[in-house]
Design a protein around this ligand. Structure first.
Ligand SMILES: Nc1ncnc2c1ncn2[C@@H]1O[C@H](COP(=O)(O)OP(=O)(O)OP(=O)(O)O)[C@@H](O)[C@H]1O
Ligand SMILES: [Mg+2]
Length: 292
């Protein structure tokens, strides 16, 4: 990819605001490229599958969107390398990356449809008649939302450090560990009861900062052999005290029930730790979390 290829790709991206398929004439006018150069570059973008072609013109693909985000991180001199997928048998939205300061981190790419979250009415109305770019906006909004929530919580709550966000992509701090689901808690340096209460304390801190995770379970707690852990995967978190109607993709109206979501998070943890002999009452835990 040459600088002019990136320029063309960004113009395709921007033009998606007004077009489902961007006409070649628009690209010619906006890039100022000669016909030959444009033809050459657009066929290169198509070959990389960064754009798709139809009789009506060109559109940005998911690959193209991924490439734009990654290129932005590289241009900022934030990352020097992208490695393989994190974990095995994953859908492939989280990758190992190497930061320029040689620190390891992870890159998380949001894909529309994976998470539901509240969206402002303004966006909903905007998207309603722009269905063809809703995936672009929705995936970007999801990433922005997760980044903002992490910024609120880090470093008070044990969550990944938010490092950078661009489009639908986040770079966050990495823990060399595994999902709680995949470790034998009895083999850790910490006893299950103690670990359970440590996690509950993080839930309480997050709550006092105004957030309920909303999808908490043994899949979204990462832990290493020393028993250090992080609570991950926050885009769907619920903001405490935001009552009333909210918008949820795909534009349905739902009402948050904080007690329901918080209790469900706690129940999931309880259920998992039960097999390690932890036995606490849900109501007691709930009251502990919400008390000031
Ligand atoms: N900060 C991190 N450090 C190390 N590994 C991570 C980190 N964040 C995510 N991962 C790995 O990537 C996986 C997916 O991340 P996350 O839960 O945030 O995304 P997701 O959209 O829920 O994906 P999935 O549906 O696969 O869980 C995690 O289960 C974990 O294995
Ligand atoms: Mg997850």
């Amino acid at each position: 990819m040459e600088e002019n290829d990136w320029k063309l790709l960004r113009i395709v991206e921007i033009s998606m605001k007004n077009h489902e398929w961007v006409p070649i004439q628009d690209l010619k006018r906006k890039t100022g490229f000669h016909e030959k150069e444009l033809a050459f570059r657009i066929s290169r973008l198509n070959k990389f599958r960064f754009t798709n072609k139809s009789n009506y013109g060109y559109r940005l693909s998911h690959y193209g969107y991924d490439a734009l985000a990654m290129n932005a991180f590289i241009k900022k001199e934030l990352i020097t390398g992208i490695g393989g997928k994190v974990g095995v048998g994953k859908e492939g939205n989280v990758y190992h990356v190497l930061l320029t300061n040689t620190r390891e981190a992870v890159l998380k790419l949001h894909i529309l449809g994976r998470t539901c979250f509240s969206m402002g009415k303004r966006y909903r109305e905007y998207l309603a008649n722009k269905r063809h770019i809703s995936w672009l906006y929705a995936s970007r909004l999801t990433a922005e939302r997760e980044f903002n929530i992490l910024s609120h919580l880090f470093p008070i709550v044990k969550v990944p450090e938010p490092i950078e966000q661009n489009r639908h992509a986040l770079i966050i701090g990495k823990l060399h560990g595994e999902e709680l689901k995949r470790v034998d808690v009895e083999k850790l340096d910490v006893n299950p009861e103690e670990l359970f209460m440590k996690i509950i304390k993080e839930v309480k801190k997050a709550y006092s900062l105004g957030f309920i995770h909303g999808d908490l379970s043994e899949f979204n707690v990462l832990i290493n052999s020393e028993g250090d852990f992080l609570i991950i995967d926050w885009p769907q978190a619920i903001e405490v005290g935001k009552k009333g109607k909210v918008d949820k993709l795909p534009f349905e109206e739902v009402e948050y029930d904080e007690e329901f979501y918080l209790k469900r998070d706690l129940e999931n943890l309880l259920r998992y730790f039960k097999k390690y002999g932890v036995d606490e009452s849900l109501d007691k835990l709930y009251n502990y979390v919400i008390e000031k």
